[in-house]
Write a protein that binds this ligand. Sequence first.
Ligand code: 4AD
Ligand code: MG
Length: 438
Amino acid sequence: PTKLRVSEAFLDAQVGEKVRIQGWVRSFRPQKQNLFLHVNDGSSLKSLQVIAPAAMNDPLLGFGCAVEVRGILKKSPHSKQPVELEAEQIWVIGECNPVDFPFKIKERHSLEYIRQFLHLRCRTNAFSSLLRIRSEATAAVHSYFKNNGFLLVHTPTITSNDCEGAGELFQVEPPGTTFANEGSFFSVPVYLTVSGQLHLEVMSGAFPRVYTFGPTFRAENSQSRRHLAEFFMVEAEISFTESIEDLTKVWKSAFGAAASDFTIISAYIFLSPLHLKDTLDDMLRKSFPVITYTEAIDILKRSSETFTFPTDWGCDLMTEHEKFLVKHCGNIPVFVTDYPHDLKPFYARDNQDHPKHTAAAVDLLVPGVGELSGGSLREERLDLLRSRLGEYLDLRRFGSVPHGGFGLGFERYLQCILGVDNIKDVIPFPRFSHSCLL
Ligand code: 4AD
Ligand code: MG
């Protein structure tokens, strides 16, 4: 018999045919005459109802076990499900002891609870849906950039630079290395990358539109709901760009394209009303407000809200400030531009004509999360960079062009569009301080 993915069973095409499915039992109801099971195989949120004569019951059959079922796919007499599988044979492929299995039949477990079982949480409706959405959103990001003339560049994971200069590096060496430069594997200290930006900047000297999408690493000792030690970043770099507006245009459409593509799969959405397609569509229909850092500071100062952290000009915006600004601007994403030069890395372009010393750097703040994405015009003027890195200067010496780019934290993006509170719930294997399980 034809092997069917469970999601295909609902397409009607195979009704009346003999088929076989393989998957995991999501519900189990033995009755006097018949046995009812629901089988899910990860292809969608749907489980296929299997009906079998009671005699086919097997003591090993139960919630959580892996099965293969062969039988005839039939239109169901019940309105609850359009089709069901009338079983001719059921094999238990892998048994599952219900006492030891951490998930219980008919119980709705919280994301916090299932997070304790990283190796099993993909077996829940909640987490398997998140993984499917993550996969779809990844494909949407790639197709957005491909359709808009960007070259995908695989930037390295091991690097000798600290792009952000924030000292949040993980050093890499084979075990037993003494960390003296001589005798170490690469002869120089190397690290897991914090950002692919400098490598993209190299490529933007020959390709005007480049992007990368891969894991980045930060030794940030933070237990917050929006920080990981390993996260995925979407980074884009655009040459011949002279204004922040050019940058924010691409930025918004990248955000929107991936999000609206993703709404096609709204069938997976089960989480909370926040994730309703309408909220997203509504958000994308509006243009995102753009305010300067100086205006943001004024808004914070004028508000009656009490903040834990200072709101003086020159202070970094903290999560509480960012969330306040998003609410203040109507609970839609907002761009904050022209941060104090001292708050941003060396590559950010100096706004020399500003009375206060600012840089052409922008953050995109979003509902529920705060900072989703950061970017800037890059300092392309040789004289202003003279005191900075060697190759970076060479890039300015040979055919330098004005350019800029941004990096968008993919997990924070998923948090925003799905309204998920904790970043650990949108990545299959979260890494954070004191935790690297599996
Ligand atoms: O603001 P960041 O540090 O900017 C850069 O790395 C630039 N080089 C990007 C560029 O212009 N190409 O990081 C970019 C984004 C942040 O806005 C945030 O969404 C995410 O990456 N991010 C994190 N996400 C999860 N856990 C962490 N520890 C993160 N640190 C940054
Ligand atoms: Mg940032």
